[in-house]
Design a protein around this ligand. Structure first.
Ligand code: FE2
Ligand code: FE2
Length: 200
């Protein structure tokens, strides 16, 4: 990934806490910035999984769940148009729009080894976990005739151990991300299968 370290640790303004955009506005931004449908699908899948995790596992209220969803939906929004400045451009856009600092920090932490920002909150840690694993699980579904139908966790795990499969997905990043939380990889993959299979 041709990315640069952000060289910052603070994002957004605490005075903007609770200030979000509607999910429609977030989708509009995504559609405008990301013409590539496959890349948009990746972000919609991460958003769906983030939102579901917030509600089901973290018992989040509506506003908090929306934060998780927006972070997921916009985390790669600048990737297609500004690959050399990935993350910096969307962060600056959200700062300009006075968006909640939790959302911006979450986006900044989705690749600590690339952007140099350590995940702090549960939301930060989960976007890091879900980012690569969501795309990897999708790749594992796409090669099956029935796609997600009947896709089992153990077959995704087997593919993870096959370096040639989806070779661009960093197993080191996945292991690093999962090592920061206290949830079995099997549970994470099952959750991803269940919550992104119908996203289009
Ligand atoms: Fe990214
Ligand atoms: Fe991503």
């Amino acid at each position: 990934m041709p990315t640069h370290k952000l060289n910052r640790t603070n994002f957004g303004n605490p005075a903007n806490t609770g200030n979000l955009m509607t999910i429609e506005e977030a989708h509009a931004l995504l559609n405008e910035w990301v013409p590539n449908e496959r890349l948009r699908l990746h972000m919609k899948q991460v958003a769906a999984v983030m939102k579901a995790w917030a509600i089901e596992k973290e018992k989040a209220d509506e506003i908090t769940a929306l934060k998780w969803e927006i972070a997921g939906l916009l985390h790669d929004a600048d990737w297609e148009k500004y690959p050399d400045d990935h993350c910096r451009i969307i962060i600056e856009e959200l700062e300009k729009r006075n968006i909640d600092p939790d959302v911006i920090h979450c986006i900044a932490s989705h690749g600590p080894n690339y952007f140099g920002v350590e995940p702090k909150s549960v939301m930060d840690k989960m976007i890091y976990v879900f980012d690569e694993l969501s795309g990897f699980t999708h790749a594992a579904a796409l090669i099956r005739p029935t796609r997600y139908e009947g896709l089992e966790v153990k077959s995704v795990l087997k593919r993870l151990k096959t370096p040639s499969f989806a070779a661009q997905v960093s197993r080191d990043d996945i292991n690093d991300a999962v090592s920061r939380i206290n949830i079995p990889l099997e549970e994470i993959i099952q959750f991803i299968i269940d919550h992104q299979k119908d996203v289009s």
